[in-house]
Design a protein around this ligand. Structure first.
Ligand code: GLU
Length: 281
């Protein structure tokens, strides 16, 4: 088997909390226990929300936890030409359409099948002569894409998962305010960096259907996925900044022992959510 390559891919839009630390440790240990490599990728395509000071803090946080990574740190904001090239290939296949909808229009038009995340109803798919001088995103025509690839599957922690990208609808691949979306950038980069194993939170489980589809469309290699449970607070709520989880930087600056925290995370000292959240992006 090829050497294992994993990655930790934080978005520097805020400070890391203990949930991020757990994810980084899972990716790190997955690689290290197999004699493999851990890559660090800064997912900063969102130019309005990403901040250099968060990038600096991420590097300090990881070192404080006792985690090491291999090779140079990749910044997505410096790789936009690669995402543009992938987007162009998909456009040439006739699988993209421009979307002029505003956030408010989308919110109003969203259709939510029973219990599922709301889906974009495809309003702009029907436009015959789009005016590309107006601000627009690019969406994937999901039905057309699925018709092209046929049924797909992927592996999560060794189990075969049947692909279900239609459940996410016509996802955005290039935003009005950013030349790529998370889905496109992550797919292009995992392939470019030779990632063999994607270790990340189960909040991204549904997104993997889209990534698997994009790999098939773009002829990219298919990694193995390992989605892990999300940590919760004592109240059972998922740890996230909005629930007031302490930032790693705060613990670090307070002089707490990062390696000891990492050991507690490895030992399973923190509660985990049983419920699989739905991906909504
Ligand atoms: N950048 C994403 C985040 O911080 C993670 C991407 C991934 O692991 O695929 O949530």
């Amino acid at each position: 088997m090829d050497p294992v390559v994993t990655r930790f891919a934080p978005s520097p839009t805020g400070r890391l909390h203990v949930g991020h630390a757990y994810s980084a440790i899972r990716a790190h240990d997955h690689a290290r226990s197999r004699g493999g490599r851990l890559l660090l990728r800064i997912e900063d395509i969102d130019g309005t929300r990403s901040r250099p000071e968060h990038v600096a803090a991420i590097l300090l946080d990881l070192a404080w936890l006792g985690l090491t990574w291999d090779g140079e740190v990749i910044h997505q904001s410096r790789r936009l030409d690669r995402y543009a090239a992938a987007l162009e290939r998909l456009r040439a296949m006739g699988l993209l359409y421009p979307c002029f909808c505003t956030r408010a229009e989308i919110a109003e038009a969203m259709s939510a099948p029973h219990g599922a995340a709301p889906l974009y109803p495809g309003t702009c798919r029907a436009i015959v002569e789009p005016d590309l001088s107006r601000p627009h995103a690019w969406r994937l025509d999901m039905a057309a894409a699925v018709a092209r690839t046929g049924a797909l599957e992927w592996s999560d922690a060794g189990r075969i998962v049947p692909g279900d990208p239609l459940a996410l609808g016509d996802v955005v691949l290039a935003r009005k305010d950013a030349p790529a979306s998370y889905h496109l950038a992550v797919t292009v980069d995992d392939a470019a960096q030779g990632v063999t194993d994607v270790v990340r939170g189960v909040d991204l489980f549904a997104a993997t259907h889209v990534h698997r589809l994009l790999q098939a469309l773009l002829g990219l290699p298919v990694p193995r996925w390992h989605h892990h449970a999300l940590l919760t607070g004592a109240d059972g709520e998922r740890l996230a900044k909005r629930h007031g989880a302490p930032a790693l930087a705060v613990l670090r600056e307070r002089g707490e022992d990062g390696r000891a925290l990492a050991e507690r995370l490895r030992a399973g000292d923190f509660p985990k959510a049983a419920v699989v959240p739905t991906f909504t992006s």
